[in-house]
Ligand binder design. Structure first.
Ligand SMILES: Cc1ncc(COP(=O)(O)O)c(C=O)c1O
Length: 389
């Protein structure tokens, strides 16, 4: 398959909305400012890191990520994960696609849990895999059906790729389901690729279960500075895996695709990781406040919308009960400079044609919600007429 053979579903929409007023779809946390990051580091008394930032050279950083950064990342996981189990990538997306390239081959079969981030599926297709989708459904609270995964397994299945916490629904996989999936994968000797970029953004921290990579040698977990920390500009994402032979393969693959890191980005990432309590704490406050506004709005307007409060991450999938599809609604919203993600972005089946994704992790969300409310109020009488007619 050629890289550009399949359409890149968000490309056209994002290209034409670069300067749009209301980014009501946005999934990453409030963008972190360098001056705030430096101030947090200063407050933490981490003068050495600030010095390192001023003194670093602009030469190549180490392949696979410098040891000090990998040590810092390892602290996010349990005792069975150390720096040797971490491979740093320039963002999560590169990690996701390169893992598929390095670990899969033509003729393999991969199971993709959908709806999901397009690259999760595209990466496996590009590696030459035959694909089966296993769909999550709002009727099951977006919980993974292990029997459906088992039914999709073939003799050549090598990979199960999923995203948890889940974009777009904001659902969380239960610990029991994680264990059941691991048991299934281990029984059939299949790798689990677990995109966990929204982990650490659980609305109730008690809901957080261990990373898949902590739970099994058959699992690979993916994360990034973009989401909980709002620091995608550092260009730092990573993959975690207990199996060192997999880590070696990924390191080897980086020599073809992604060998050049920015040391500045690495040091900024260390500052962000050491400032996690402050940074993620502030971002969770924005999420909590925004969720209250959304709950109030969708509660009062439940004739038109069905809203299930997300349990983690920065996105939710809203069901629109009006007389047009969610794709049509999103087009109309676009005319008002409000960008939500229509179901077409996720290549959703017909049964999800009324769902659209919103994001609630930005300080700009209340203004986007106000614009959305105004639009809905103007449409409501027309939709009423349409229904009656
Ligand atoms: C589920 C999911 N995985 C991966 C990514 C990519 O992360 P990054 O921007 O760090 O490459 C995104 C970004 O939106 C995402 O939503």
């Amino acid at each position: 398959m050629h890289l550009l053979e399949n359409s890149i579903r968000s490309e056209e929409l994002l290209a034409k909305t670069i300067n749009i007023k209301h980014r009501f779809y946005a999934s990453s946390s409030e963008p972190l400012k360098l001056k705030d990051l430096l101030a947090i580091t200063e407050r933490n008394g981490d003068h050495q890191l600030i010095q390192a930032y001023h003194d670093h050279t602009l030469g190549y950083a180490d392949n696979g990520g410098s040891l000090d950064l990998r040590q810092e990342i390892a602290l996010l996981y349990g005792a069975n994960i150390s720096a040797d189990n971490i491979i740093v990538f320039p963002g999560a997306q590169t990690g996701m696609t390169l893992c598929a390239q390095a670990l899969l081959k033509s003729g393999d079969h991969a199971i993709i849990i959908t709806p999901s981030y397009q690259s999760l599926e595209e990466g496996a297709k590009l590696a030459g895999c035959e694909i089966s989708r296993v769909n999550l459904s709002p009727d099951d609270d977006w919980q993974l059906n292990i029997d459906a995964v088992e039914a999709a397994i073939k003799s050549n299945t090598q990979y199960i790729a999923l995203n948890d916490p889940h974009n777009p629904s904001g659902a969380l996989m239960s610990y029991e389901t994680k264990l059941a999936l691991i048991k299934l994968a281990e029984k059939h000797d299949i790798l689990i690729f677990s995109d966990e970029v929204y982990r650490l953004l659980e609305i109730d921290p008690k809901d957080r279960s261990p990373s898949m990579a902590e739970l099994s040698t058959k699992a690979i977990a993916l994360s990034t500075l973009s989401k909980p920390w709002g620091a995608g500009g550092t260009g730092i994402g990573w993959v975690v895996c207990q199996d060192k032979s997999i880590c070696r393969k990924l390191l080897k693959a980086q020599h073809i695709y992604a060998v050049c890191f920015s040391r500045a980005g690495e040091i900024q990432a260390m500052m962000a990781l050491r400032g996690s309590d402050t940074i993620i704490g502030k971002n969770m406050q924005i999420i909590d406040d925004n969720l209250k506004l959304l709950e109030d709005y969708f509660d009062v307007n439940n004739d038109l919308f069905q809203w299930v409060t997300p349990r983690a991450g920065g996105t939710g999938f809203v069901k629109f009960k009006g007389p047009v599809t969610a794709n049509e609604l999103a087009e109309k919203l676009l005319e008002q400079e409000i960008l939500v993600f229509p179901p077409s972005i996720f290549d959703c089946d017909e049964n999800l044609s009324q769902y659209f994704r919103i994001g609630f992790s930005r300080a700009t969300m209340p203004a986007a919600l106000d614009a959305f409310k105004l639009f809905i109020d103007t449409q409501r009488p027309l939709w009423k007429k349409q229904r009656v007619g």
